[in-house]
Structure formats: C-alpha cells, structure tokens
Write a new protein. Structure first.
Lengths: 521, 770
C-alpha cells in the first residue's frame, strides 16, 4: 500500500487537540460554568477546524492510499510503534467524530444533564473525542487497542453519573461486556503478533504477512477479534448491553454512542480482521451474514415490542447495524463500500433520532409512547424533524439511509467467490423483508407520537390549538436555538448525502478496493 | 443540482431531436424546486405557497408538451418501422465496487405519454385544490406534498436507470403517506396513511429483490454489449430479449417485480389499502389514488416489458401470473363496488378494477391498449373523483355517503352532473367515449392473443362496471334528495372530510342548500370531461390505421437494431423490416434470438378491429346499464318488497353479501391476524427472549464469575499468594476505590478476572497452534 507522508502532523494535532482542551479545563474553577463551556466549545471548534484542514489537504485522487502517515518509536520492547495514517475508509468516520462532538458540545451548552457538573462532563466528552479519532487513525494494533479502550472509560462515567434511574446497572453492563470483548480481541492481537514472527504490530505489515498463517489458526484468531468487534457493533446475540446503555445514557451519551462508538466495531472488521485474515474471513462470512440478518429481523421485532421511544431507537440500531454487517460479510468491495456508507448514514440519522428523543424527554419528562401524541400539533418543527429522520432511517431513497441499506442488500446477491451464493441470496431476501419491518416500527412510532391530538395530560401545555402561527405563547418550547444549531448540519448532511451519494462513495470506494487486495492473491 | 459530474450526451444521428427532448430531465426538477420553495417560504407568500405549486406544475406541463411535440416530429421523421432510439442524457451519480453508475433521462414514447398525463392532471388538480382546500389548516403543507408527489412520479417516468426509478417510486409512497394522513388528528386517517405506506412497502420487497437480481444477472452482458450498467432500463430490456438470460433467473426477477406492481397498483391481494386511502382529501384521491400514482405499478410492467415478456413467455401461453392477478382483481373489486355507500369508495374499487384491466392487458401482450387505457382512464377517473369532491364541497355538506346525503342532485349541479355522466359513460366503455377505445381494445387483444378465459373475464367486468356505476349515478343524482342534499344540517361532521376550518362556510352552504361549485372547481371538471369524451380518438382503431396515433407514437418498434460493439448507442441503425401477416411488421424480437443486433422491444400482435366483436361488448355494457337502472329504480325509489332486504332473507345472498361487506375478510386477515401476531406475541416473544434468555445467560455468567472471584480471593489470594501479590492486590483495590462511588469495586474484580482469563486463553491458543 502506498504511504503518503506529507503534512503528517495534522493527524496528531487533530487527535490530541481535545486533550489540550482538557488540560485547560482542569485549570478552570468548577463554578465558572460559562468559562468551562466556552473552553469546551472553542476546543471542539478548533478540533473540527483541524479536521477541515485535513480534508483540504487530503488527496482525493489517492483516497485508496494511506495519507498523512507518521511513524515514531513508541514501545520498542513489544515492537509497537506510533504509526498513524488516514485513508478513504477512516476519513469519513474521523471527520464525523469531530463533527458529532462539536454538535454535542453545542447541544450541551444549555442541556447539561443532572446532576450537573459541566466541568467533568465536558472533560469526559473531550477525552472521548481523542479516543474516537485515535481509533480511526491508528495503524498499529496496540495503538488501536489503547484508543479503543480509552473510549470506554469516559462513556462508562457518562452513563454511570449522568444517566437515568437504572444507570448503575446499564453502565456496568456496558463496561464489562465491552471489556470482555476487548480482552478476547487483545488475545487475538497477541496471537497474531506471535504467529507472524513477533516482528511488528503495524497493520500494513500484518496485512502483508497475515495471509500466510495456517487457515485453522486464522479461524481461531478471527474468533477473538470477532467477539471483540461484534460486541461493539453490536451484533446479535451480543447486543443486550446496547438498549440498556442507550436508554440510561444522557442524550449526549446516546448520540455519541450511536453515531461513533458502534462504528468502532464495524470499522475494526473492515480495517483489521478481514484484510489481515482473509482465509478466516471467508470461513466466518456465512455466520456473520447469518447473524446480521437475524439481527435485522430480531432488532425490528424488538422495536415493535417497545413502549419507550428511546429504547425503540436503540433496538433499531441493532437492525441497522445488521445491514452494515451483511454488507461486510459479502467480502466484496460492493458490500463493504455499502457498509461504510451505512455506518456514516446510521451515525447521522440515529444520532439525530437520539437528539430528538432527548428533546422530547426534556419537554414531556417521559418517553413512554403511550403518553405521547400530537407532537406535530404541539411542537410542529420537532414533529417534522422526527418525520424526516424516521423516513431517512427506514431507507427512503433520496436520503442518506438508502445508500447504506439498498446496496448492502444488493451486494448479498453476489458474495465473494467461494461463498455460498444460495445462502447469501436467502440473506438478501430476509434483509429486504427487514426493510418492511423498519417501515413498520418507525411509522408506527411516528403515528403514535406525532399524529393525533396531544394527550390530555399535556394538552394544556401549549396554546393555540390547530393553529401554529408564530407568536403564540407556547408553554412547551418548539425547537430552540441551540437545537437548531446543533441539528441543522446533520439534517443537511442527511439530505445532501442522499442526493449526492458520490461525495462519500468516491472517497470510500478506492480505499475499500485497497483493503480487499489481499483477497485477489 | 445533483448533476455536477461529466455529461455523456447521446443523440441519435438520423433522428430529429430538440431542446425539450434533450432537457426533459428538467420536468421533474421544476416541482422539486417548487417543493423546496413552498416548504421553506410558503407560509410567507401571498397565496400561502399554492401559487408556487400551480406554477411549477404549469412549467412541467409546458416542458412536457414541448417534449411531446418534438417526439412526434422525431417519430414522423423516421423511416417506416425504424427503432426510435430514446433521447438519453446521463450524469455520474455514484460508484461502488469500482463501477460508476449514472442518473439521467431516457425519453421514449411511453415516457412522453405518461409525462403529459401526469403533468396535465397534476396541474388541474392543483387548480381545483385552490378552492377545495381553501382555509385548510395545513394548506401550505398540502401543496408542498402534492408538488413533491408530482416530482416523484415525473422522475420515475423519465428515469434511465432503476435506481432513479426506485427513488421516484418511493417518493410517491412518502407523499401518499403525507396526503392520506393530511388530517392526521383523526386516528382513522393516520391509520389509513400507515396502512397505505406499509402495504406498498411490503410489495417493495419485490422491487428491491427484482432490481438486485436484474443488476447482477445482466450487468456483465450490458457492460460488454452496450457499455451500460445492469441498472439501465434500456440495457435490461435489450438483455431480456437477447436470449442470454436463463429462464429461471428472468422468471423469478419478473415475479419479484410484479409483486411490487401488485402493491403499488392495488392488485389482489394487496389492494386493501387503496379504498382506505380515500381518507385523504378528494383532490389527493383524484390525483394519486386513481389517475397517476397507482398506475406506477402498471407503468413498471410496461417499462420493463421485455423482462415480463420473456419471463412469463407472454405470447406463448394462455395464462400467466399477470393475467391471473389482473383478472381476479377486475372481478373482485367490481363486486365490492356494489356494496359501498361511500361514493369515493365506489370509485376507489372501480380504480382497482380498471388497474386490473391494464395489468391483464399487459399480461396478455396487449401493451399498446393497456398503455392507452392508462391515458384515457386518467382523464375520466380524475373527473369522476373531482365530481365527487364537488358534490361534497357544495351539496352534501362534506359527506360522501350516497344513501344518506345525496340523491336528486342533477337539478342543483348541472355541470357536475353532465361531466359525471360523460365520464361514467367513458368508464363503462360506451362508444364513442374514450374508455371504449382503450378498454375494448384490451378485451379484444387479450382474446386475440389466445387468452380466451381472460377475454370473458374482461367482458364480465365490463358488465359489472356498467352496473355499479349506474347504481352510483342513480343514488347520487336521481331519486329524491336525502340528508344534507335535502338541506338537512348535520351537527356531526362525517369523519371523512372533517376539515374543521371549513365549518363557517358549511353553515352558509347548508342554509342555501345544494348548489353548483365555483369556477375553480367546474372548469377543471369541464376540461377533464371533454378529454374523457374525446381522448379516445387518439387511437381510434375502428376508424382505420391512420387514426392509431398512440400506436405510432408510443409503441416501441421491435426492429432489430444493429450495433457496433461500442458504448456509443448513437451508431444504431435500423434493420430489415420484413412485412408480416395482417399488414403488421414481423420481427424476430421476443420470439427468437436475433442472429445479429439487438432488440429493445418484443414484436407484438394487434387484433384486427371488427364491429361484430365490438357490438358484443357494447351489448353487454348496455345490458349492464339497463338492468342496473331498472333494479335501482325498483329498489331505491319504488322500494319493491321483493327486492328490499333480499340479502337478509335469502341465505345464499346473505352470505355473499357478508363476504363482500367484510371485503373477503382480507383486511381481517392482514390486520387482525398477521399484523397483530407480529406486533403482539411475536415481537413480545422476541423481546422476552432478549430480556430473559440472553440477559439471563449474561447475569448467570456474571453471578458465577463473582462467586468464583470471591472464592479465589478468600482461598487462594488470602491464603496462598497473600504476601506475594499483596502490592498488586492493593493496586487493584485502589482502582476499585476510585470507582467506589459508582460501583463499589465490582468493576475491578470483573476486570481483573477477565484479563487474567484472557491472558491464559492467549497462552493456550499460542501453545496449541505452534
């Protein structure tokens, strides 16, 4: 793989800048909330600015090559080095993490969840950002692992401290489950290291040499990685931490979790597990595909059974990540490109849905679907935004969700040579049926929440029945300034990527081709 | 907007083209922009955004008309029997797997005729809505959705590739959802909206699967032979007729696509959403659920006709899935129309039944008559719905109940009555109204192609159509005025059209009794009725070949097209044209694989017109009209004792009536059995599995680890390695102390345990595999 080493400082700066913000924040007294918010905001703006600078410097004609590569000695004892780089697979997720963090910070300016303490809250968020960005640029397994784990702690505290009533259970479950996966993943990394001659943890090196490992050994190593990544995705049956974590997490936590954290798992498959262990990937692919489609149907059924809006959205993630994993399991560049697009789209759309759920909760103090109703009448803007995001989530063409879902279904018709075509075609049909379920649970949710008359217990909260002309004295506030600022970019992205999908595809596609070169040989 | 990438323009060499044809892609773009303007600024505009809707439709209509005239010039300038290449323009849109895919237009006769119909009816319906929805609380949103709908339909019609087709198709589904649920305060409306979207979406599984199959099956061939991708409609068509595809693949793909058409076009057994969709405002019923959107399924079959032609071996059998479904739909929907009291539901079932005719025609190889029926049906059915709207708007106090609130209206509403009668006669297929020329041609050609059973079904359907329309006409316009039509004032509004904002106006209506509607309503009615009467002349087979304009302009030639093996379609030249029987040109396309060159359309047969055959169907239609009229007079006016309550007294009739009244129990099956089972026990079961089995395992594992950890701590840590690990133990507990406020140290225990387990596992793995 070609390595471009120009301007190789940008990635390190972009990744560690949030930590500089953390240092600054540590110096600000806890009581000075205004100052704390300002520092957090400026830090995340600066981080995104570096990200945008990276975009301008990125050579899009060579999206398939590693760019901005930097290499330094790090832990010579175990031959691990500080090797970072960015290609078309990492770039969208890397930038997405910066955008989401900034938007979440903006949203938090007037939405710090109970029990308050913005200082700790923003510090955790910035640490989280470093962890996420780092995971996407790491080209060394140990470095990857460190960043991967770095993400865990801030999220654990975010759920455990700022979460809902059942936060202790949820945060512990999240932490241990992921930890369990990481442990097995680390085992796999170590085994890989030893089996390739204990020379290096560098991913490019391992991609070159991993294919030589005996097939049955590959299968075992892949198993370890599979558990580690599958828990994170999460794939059925390792998903049970997700609904609890999402439901209990504060809005900000849910958004980051859905938008970025889940992608660490799928990214791991695309970046590490599959290119390094091609033989094992072929052996595992039918099972991964099977679990993916089970996840699609199972997650949808889970959605239909929910009475809580946030929990429903959480279950929908299981279904949507099923489409992503189905694309990956085909081991074709077609499927993987679709999967990468699906990751970004899911990040935008489900992130938005969690934002909306948070805002509904803030206004109605409940997310019990039965108690909600008439949202379009009471808070028309919020209702419309929910409608748009539901449509995007169910894969309406012209919006971003479609380009992850449809090509993934399509790709299952023709998986990589050596895989069982009939089996994957059955998967394709099941996944297509899943799109109907998606329409069912999302529209049913929308019908119950947005249509009809507001329930009597909230009906008095807004004046001006049936007439939402401006200037009415609403006791319940429709979408406010902070929400508009933090949501508009996501909404625009959902529409723009829906209409002009090539903005993303042309970056991802060549890079995925590069990843799959190991399969040709 | 989305076409930033490079342009690949293909223009046929010998054929004339023009600005309008080259820029037909603007036709859907205009309403898209209109939609954006209405949504963003509509409320601030003087007419609340409705002017933008009407203007954008007028723009599309003007461009469509321009394109149509240039297309006609292109056809007229071509040689006899020459294949008229579509006018294609494409731009890069997306890429995946190293392949680039395009978005763009491909304009041929079929696109042109549907473009004109859609733009025309949309314009009239929007003008009509200016008055009909005046004062509605979501006036702006209504026009936004209506405009977006037209954009979706037009995009689907101009589409060169299946992805844009799918996009338009789904946009229409979305708008249908928004418009059926327009008055979503009522639970019934929002349920109907959900049902419509959901049912159509169920059919869409077939579309997704069909597109996927066709793509992978044809891509290699189309890329090699034509330089097109497997999403290109032209490419798929040529591939389907090339003798290349295996019969299984193309049959399954055709079935899958047909499932989508069943959902969208309200064919049996997925027709149940369409009558419920009448919950939307009447202009929506008129535009979406009768004349345009629901023909999308028919259009899909017509558009990808070679796939169905080859897949179902249409000219080689006497019965296939399309004709069977179409035939069943004609009869069952017509039967249901007899038991409706809601005038819009009569029309809805009539639409379902007429869509059945179009499907049956396509299934039996009567391509041109079926497409022509799309054309004529759009005018008379839109007119009938708008008449129903006019009645409810001005005469029946927003009720659609024919038995309760109508009767004798012909005296009060002369224009509505006249236009209704013209359209009814057109629908029944009375000579020389437009429906005769299309429907009778379908029936005739179905028989001509050997589908004799289905010809009889078509004739029975014609009889039923005449009969139920007579019943509806009688109940609405004849007899004595009842209920609101008699000036009675309803305290309660009928659930169907409960737009509260109208309330003040109603009262004045009610006070003045039934009267004719205003100009914005009657002018569109008159225009549509004129076309309902005359549009049949565009393909008046009885008058000789020179009258068969639609056949000349729209039907693609089945000429074998010679092509150099390059991606330049413009190098096409027309092939030999041996004259066949009946004076029609005979080409091998469809029946055998051409030795050289490609086919884009199969060779179709046309039944020679014979007055004797037409007389039979006309007699049947008149029989339907007269018998039904006599029964109506006896039953509704004279209250003949032998007829009134007959369905209660006679056991056979009673059970038949009950079957119809319950809509063959299909709704009960779908809603009470399938949907309830999935949302109820099945979903609950899956969730129970999640909470109790998966989480149960997790909790058991966690509990066990805790017990083991405790045991290890007490027995090994404390006693055996106490001294040795003292320091590390302290460290662990120290870490636990940090987390104490949250989780009282359990994390460190678990973590330590997991990591030690992981380390052991790693060692074992390495040892085993060395």
């Amino acid at each position: 793989m070609e390595m471009l080493r120009d301007a190789n400082w940008v990635l390190s700066v972009g990744t560690f800048l949030p930590l500089a913000g953390v240092v600054l924040l540590l110096g600000v007294p806890k009581a000075n909330e205004q100052m704390i918010k300002m520092v957090a905001l400026l830090t995340s703006i600066a981080t995104l600015a570096v990200g945008i600078f990276t975009l301008t410097k990125f050579d899009f004609d060579k999206a398939g090559s590693m760019q901005f590569v930097a290499e330094h000695e790090w832990i010579p004892l175990i031959k691990s080095s500080y090797l970072i780089g960015l290609d078309g697979i990492s770039l969208p997720l890397y930038i997405l993490s910066m955008v989401i963090t900034l938007l979440v910070v903006i949203y938090s300016l007037n939405h710090v969840p109970d029990p308050g303490n913005p200082k700790a809250f923003f510090i955790l968020m910035l640490v989280l950002q470093t962890g996420m960005a780092g995971t996407f640029i790491a080209q060394d397994l140990i470095l990857f692992f460190v960043f991967f784990e770095l993400v865990l702690l801030p999220m654990y505290f975010m759920i455990g401290v700022w979460g809902g009533e059942n936060r202790q259970y949820a945060s512990l479950k999240f932490f241990l489950y992921t930890m369990f996966g990481s442990a097995l993943m680390l085992v796999a990394f170590l085994a890989l290291f030893f089996k390739t001659g204990a020379e290096s943890f560098s991913i490019p090196f391992l991609i070159e040499n991993g294919g030589a490992i005996a097939r049955n050994v590959q299968i075992w190593i892949f198993a370890g990685m599979f558990i580690g990544f599958a828990v994170k995705v999460p794939m059925f049956p390792f998903h049970t931490w997700l609904p609890d974590a999402h439901t209990q997490a504060p809005t900000q936590g849910s958004v980051i979790l859905a938008a970025i954290l889940l992608k660490l798992g799928t990214y791991g498959f695309v970046r590490i597990a599959i290119p390094i262990l091609p033989e094992a990937a072929k052996a595992w692919a039918p099972y991964i595909g099977g679990l993916a489609v089970v996840g699609i149907i199972y997650g949808s059924l889970g959605c239909l059974a929910q009475t809580d809006m946030k929990r429903l959205i959480a279950f929908s993630s299981v279904a949507h990540m099923g489409f992503v994993m189905l694309g990956i399991s085909t081991l074709t560049s077609f499927g993987m490109t679709a999967a990468m697009f699906g990751m970004v789209a899911h990040g935008l759309i489900t992130g938005m849905l969690f934002f909306i759920a948070g805002s509904i909760k803030e206004r109605y103090h409940t997310l019990e679907i039965k108690r909600l109703g008439g949202l379009l009448k009471q808070l028309p803007h919020l209702g419309w935004i929910l409608g748009l995001c539901s449509m995007a989530s169910l894969g309406l063409p012209g919006l971003a969700g479609f380009w992850g879902e449809f090509p993934a279904i399509l790709s299952a018709y023709s998986p990589a040579p050596g895989l069982n075509e009939t089996l994957f075609r059955v998967y394709m049909v099941i996944a297509a049926i899943g799109t109907v379920f998606a329409a069912a649970y999302l529209l049913w949710l929308y019908q119950r929440v947005a249509f009809g008359e507001p329930k009597p217990e909230f009906a008095g909260a807004a004046h001006g029945h049936g007439d939402h002309s401006h200037g009415d004295d609403h006791a319940l506030e429709d979408v406010n300034k902070y929400e508009w600022i933090s949501w508009t970019p996501l909404l625009i992205a959902i529409i723009v990527f829906g209409l002009m999908p090539n903005l993303l595809f042309k970056i991802i596609d060549p890079a995925v081709q590069g990843v799959l070169t190991g399969f040709k040989g | 907007m989305m076409f930033a990438a490079s342009e690949v323009t293909e223009a046929a060499v010998a054929l004339s083209s023009g600005w309008f044809l080259e820029h037909a892609w603007l036709i859907p773009i205009i309403p898209v922009i209109g939609f954006a303007i209405i949504i963003l600024f509509g409320k601030r505009l003087p007419m609340k955004g409705s002017e933008i809707g009407v203007l954008s439709m007028l723009g599309s209509l003007a461009l469509s008309a321009g394109a149509a005239s240039q297309w006609i010039a292109r056809v007229n300038g071509a040689a006899e029997g020459q294949f008229i290449t579509p006018v294609v323009r494409v731009w890069n849109w997306w890429q995946i797997g190293g392949m680039k895919f395009t978005i763009g237009q491909s304009i041929d006769g079929l696109s042109i005729i549907v473009l004109v119909v859609v733009a025309f009816i949309s314009t009239l319906v929007q003008i009509y809505s200016l008055e009909y929805l005046r004062g509605d609380r979501r006036y702006t949103h209504f026009f936004a959705a209506l405009t977006l709908f037209s954009a979706g339909m037009l995009a689907m019609v101009v589409a060169e590739d299946m992805i844009l087709f799918l996009l338009g198709w789904e946009i229409m589904g979305l708008c249908s959802f928004m418009l059926i649920g327009h008055w979503w305060e009522e639970g019934a409306n929002s349920r109907a909206a959900l049902k419509a979207f959901f049912t159509v979406r169920t059919g869409d599984i077939g579309l997704l699967v069909g597109i996927s199959m066709l793509y992978f099956a044809s891509n290699e061939w189309t890329t090699k032979e034509l330089g097109l991708s497997g999403f290109s409609i032209r490419g798929i068509s040529a591939w389907a007729l090339s003798g290349e595809p295996g019969s299984t693949v193309i049959l399954i793909a055709a079935i899958a696509l047909f499932v989508a058409a069943i959902g969208k076009s309200g064919q049996f057994p997925l027709h149940t959403w369409l009558p419920d969709a009448m919950a939307g405002p009447t202009p929506v019923s008129s535009l979406l659920h009768s004349s345009t959107m629901v023909v999308a399924g028919v259009f899909l079959v017509a558009r990808l006709y070679p796939v169905f032609f080859t897949g179902f071996d249409i000219l080689g059998t006497g019965s296939n899935l399309i004709t069977i479904i179409g035939g069943i739909t004609i009869i069952i929907a017509a039967a249901l129309a007899f038991v409706q009291n809601d005038i819009k539901k009569v029309l809805a079932y009539s639409t379902v039944s007429q869509l059945g005719y179009m499907m049956m025609g396509l299934g039996a190889g009567a391509w041109t008559p079926a497409v022509f029926h799309i054309f004529t049906h759009a005018f008379f059915k839109a007119c009938l719905f708008l008449c129903a709207g006019s009645i409810s708007h001005s005469a029946s106090h927003h009720s659609f109940d024919m038995k309760k609130d109508m009767g004798g209206l012909r005296k009060f509403m002369p224009i509505t009555f006249t236009t209704w009668i013209i359209s009814t006669l057109a629908l029944c297929g009375v000579f020389p109204f437009s429906g005769f020329f299309s429907k009778d041609e379908i029936i005739d050609n179905v028989g001509h192609n050997g589908y004799n059973t289905f010809m009889i079904i078509g004739l029975i359907g014609a009889f039923m159509t005449a009969a139920y329309m007579t019943r509806a006409t009688y109940l609405t316009f004849f007899g004595t005025p009842r209920g609101a039509a008699a000036g009675e004032h309803h305290e309660e509004h009928d659930a169907h059209d409960a737009h509260d904002a109208h309330a003040p106006e109603h009262d004045t209506h009610a006070a003045s009794g039934p009267h004719e509607s205003g100009l914005l309503i009657t002018v569109p009615l008159i225009i549509l009725a004129t076309l309902a009467f005359s549009s049949g002349l565009l393909n008046a087979t009885p008058f000789g070949e020179s009258w068969e304009r639609i056949k000349t302009w729209v039907e693609p030639s089945s000429a074998v097209v010679m092509t150099a093996p390059s991606d330049d379609v413009s190098s096409l030249a027309s092939g030999e044209e041996p004259a066949g029987e009946d004076g029609h040109h005979k080409s091998p396309c469809g029946s055998e694989t051409p030795e050289e060159g490609l086919c884009y359309a199969p060779q179709l047969n046309h039944a020679p017109f014979a007055w004797s055959k037409a007389a039979v169907s006309l007699i049947i239609v008149f029989a339907g009209l007269i018998i039904s009229w006599l029964l109506c007079v006896a039953l509704y006016t004279r209250k003949d004792k032998r007829l009134v309550g007959l369905t209660q007294r006679n056991a056979v009739l009673r059970s038949g009536y009950r079957l119809l009244d319950n809509k063959y129990y299909l709704d009960a099956l779908y809603e009470n059995v399938i949907v309830k089972a999935i949302t109820g026990p099945i979903a609950a079961g899956a969730y129970w599995f999640n909470q109790h089995i998966l989480d149960g395992i997790l909790h058991a594992v966690a509990g066990m680890s805790r017990t083991v950890a405790g045991w290890v701590y007490r027995n090994i840590d404390q006693r055996v390695v106490d001294g040795a690990v003292n320091n590390s133990g302290k460290a662990t507990r120290g870490a636990g102390g940090v987390l104490q406020p949250v989780q009282s140290g359990k994390v460190s225990q678990y973590g330590a345990l997991l990591f030690s387990a992981a380390a052991v596992a790693a060692l074992v793995l390495v040892i085993i595999n060395t």
